[in-house]
Design a protein around this ligand. Structure first.
Ligand code: NAD
Length: 437
């Protein structure tokens, strides 16, 4: 059993801290957000993540998982300190390292014995060394310590399963001793370990996210061409994906990637490239395609209605993907203000992220808890997130309550045949439009 302090109790820190407790370690999750920690102490989980609440409660009950605002004390008591604070995008597109730097300072101030300091936050190449230098300077070199890069690959919405069944653990370390401590920590996960230097581990994370983002932008570009040549992108993706060199994942055309990782990580990687004088044209194109893709829905709406002023739209899904309350960089944050700015009225159905969405849209849109009520008397239904409720929708009942049988689907949730049969006017991404004429 190892003693861990996990600094930052967000999507990554809370999930990985809980999973490290689950595999038998003593974990203290720390945060500077007092309300978050008080809530956690009272069993209130600050984020929505399937299975998380039960696993937190189980490990708290078993005495393996604790929460505190006393970051310094938790650091002093730990053998391993995980840094899992946010690294949001700064205004110039690079990663903002102020939270990581602050944690490194606190570690330096409280270094009372040998520690392995592990960076789980997604950080630019060179940050491990930067953290090492800060701790060394602030601590005055009195105690030994090592720095490890152990990037996180979990996906929101399936974070617990992803962590408990991780496909690989990347361990980039400043010493063999630290690498083997972190390798040992991961033994119960029974996963493939990739050991490297700090810089390569940091690059693996950015390269992985940038590659996945590239696949998404690639298929979205193909989708836009499919629309012009009369092809169906879902068939194209199926045909491509069966080639094992390509694979079928991340080939789903839509309205662009969002969330807390891909947008900021692609931008940070571009910034890293620029900082070393490399013109990374490919990732720049990926980012531009993604920005362009988010306008597809508004353009389709304008294509159908011409003038949208005074029209009412029923929007399904606001979060960047199903099963999460994370609204960071969700396509809805671009699309809804565009529609509202054009004078449209928006009613929205969002089962999980409603509270988070309110922080962004406030009273500019109406929030409706029933999906059929959302569609009642609307000019069109617009699907922005492929939440399970979309697939459960009774399209016959929906058609009865809508003013017009029009669906603009940013996630290709319905089959063209079904739409034809039911008499909908249907516009999706990269597929021929359906109209009853
Ligand atoms: P988050 O914003 O949900 O959580 C970060 C937490 O850190 C917050 O609760 C904040 O209060 C806390 N914090 C900030 N400064 C602190 C300090 N000095 N001491 C203690 N706590 C502090 O962020 P997240 O989504 O968990 O992401 C964390 C890192 O993991 C980021 O670098 C992100 O890119 C990376 N990552 C995220 C995901 C994901 O799906 N969210 C996946 C892989 C990697």
């Amino acid at each position: 059993m190892k003693k861990l302090a996990v600094i930052g109790t967000g999507y990554v820190g809370l999930v990985s801290g809980t999973c490290f407790a689950e595999i038998g370690n003593a974990v203290t999750c720390c945060d500077i957000d007092e309300q978050k920690i008080n809530n956690l102490k009272n069993g209130v989980i600050p984020i929505f993540e399937p299975g998380l609440e039960a696993l937190v409660k189980k490990n708290v009950k078993e005495g393996k998982l604790h929460f505190t605002n006393d970051v310094a004390l938790a650091m002093k008591q730990a053998d391993i300190i995980y840094i899992a604070v946010g690294t949001p995008m700064a205004e110039n597109g690079e990663a903002n390292l102020q939270y990581v730097d602050a944690v490194a300072n606190t570690i330096g101030e409280n270094l009372n014995s040998y520690k392995v300091v592990v960076n789980k936050s997604t950080v630019p190449v060179g940050t491990g060394k930067r953290v090492y230098n800060i701790i060394k300077e602030v601590s005055g070199g009195a105690q030994e310590f090592d720095v490890v890069s152990n990037p996180e690959f979990l996906r929101e919405g399936s974070a617990i399963t992803d962590t408990m069944n991780m496909e690989r653990a990347v361990i980039g370390a400043t010493s063999e001793k630290a690498a083997s401590i972190i390798e040992d920590l991961h033994k119960p996960f029974d996963t493939t370990i990739i050991k490297s230097d700090l810089e390569s581990a940091e690059m693996i994370k950015y390269a992985s996210n940038a590659f996945l983002a590239t696949k998404i932008s690639f298929i979205n570009d193909i989708a836009n061409i499919c629309e012009k040549v009369g092809a169906d992108v879902t068939k194209v993706a199926e045909g491509m994906g069966l080639d094992s060199r390509i694979g079928s994942k991340f080939l789903k055309a839509g309205i662009g990637y969002g969330g807390s990782c891909f947008p900021k990580d692609t931008s940070a990687l571009l910034h890293i490239a620029h900082s070393v004088g490399y013109d990374f044209k490919l990732i720049e194109a990926v980012i531009n395609t993604n920005d362009f893709q988010k306008h597809q829905v508004t353009q389709k709406v304008q294509g159908v209605f011409g003038e949208v002023k005074g029209r009412t739209f029923g929007i399904i899904g606001l979060a960047f993907k199903p099963n999460t309350d994370d609204m960071r960089d969700a396509p809805s944050l671009k699309i809804i203000p565009d529609l509202v700015g054009l004078g449209a009225n928006v009613k929205a159905f969002e089962p999980i992220a409603k509270q988070e969405a309110f922080k962004h849209f406030g009273d500019t849109i109406q929030y409706v808890d029933d999906i059929y009520e959302t569609l009642n008397d609307v000019d069109a239904c617009i699907v922005l997130t492929d939440i399970p409720e979309v697939f459960e929708l009774d399209l016959r009942d929906a058609k009865k309550v809508m003013r017009n049988p029009i669906i603009i689907d940013g996630r290709n949730c319905f089959s063209l045949e079904q739409m034809k049969e039911l008499g909908y006017i249907y516009h999706s991404i990269g597929r021929p439009p359906v109209s009853y004429k």
